[in-house]
Unconditional design. Structure first.
Length: 207
């Protein structure tokens, strides 16, 4: 049977065949369309609540007392002013403040503390390394200014001004370390880590 989409114009019976195929494809099956039943719109009536729907408030029997909450006792924290640092026997706040003392005293103290203190004394070793790094930085800048000052007289006042400013700053660091306040010189962090790693109690014990 030829398809209704066959459009071969050479077939003389094409029109009749196409009509017959269309009639056969669209023949009614005899089934009747079943309509859906209509549903009535129904809205439930809003209920109004009255005083009778609520019970009167009744106070609890006896006096009301809130539950007692006992806050946990704070953990015992050792005061840095009373704690003794291993190997040196000094209080921790003194050990952390010594490396920031101006002039060469703090520089030498920082080296000695790094060589004596074990790695378990992390806080004291950090301040010793950071104080030593600060002194080395100040010494480097002062030396450069002195060289420039020997060439040109204009740089000589800068040496005195720089020394005065850094001395005041170091005394401030001494006070902060003695009080147990944090001191972090971010621009010296690399040198501080290097000094803390290289200067250890094992530095001079290696054979």
């Amino acid at each position: 049977m030829p398809s209704k989409y066959d459009t071969n114009q050479l077939d003389p019976d094409f029109p009749e065949k196409a009509k017959a195929a269309a009639a056969q494809a669209s023949a009614e099956t005899g089934g009747e369309t079943r309509p859906f039943a209509n549903t009535e719109n129904y809205e439930q009536e809003t209920r109004e609540f009255g005083p009778q729907d609520f019970g009167a408030y009744q106070a609890p029997q006896g006096a009301y007392a809130p539950a007692f909450y006992a806050s946990p006792a704070p953990a015992a924290v050792e005061d840095v002013r009373n704690r003794r640092v291993d190997k040196v026997g000094l209080k921790e706040n003194i050990v952390t403040a010594i490396p920031y003392i101006p002039w060469y005293f703090g520089l030498v103290a920082g080296i000695i503390l790094l060589v004596l203190l074990p790695k378990s004394e992390a806080k004291s070793r950090f301040h010793a390394a950071q104080g030593l790094a600060a002194h080395l930085g100040i010494l480097l800048v002062t030396t450069l200014l002195g060289i420039v000052g020997s060439i040109t007289n204009a740089a000589r006042p800068a040496v005195g001004i720089f020394s005065a400013i850094t001395t005041v700053i170091l005394f401030v660091f001494v006070y902060k370390a003695w009080r147990g306040r944090p001191i972090h010189l971010e621009f010296l962090e690399g040198l501080t880590d290097w000094l803390e790693e290289k200067l250890t109690p094992d530095t001079f014990n290696k054979k």
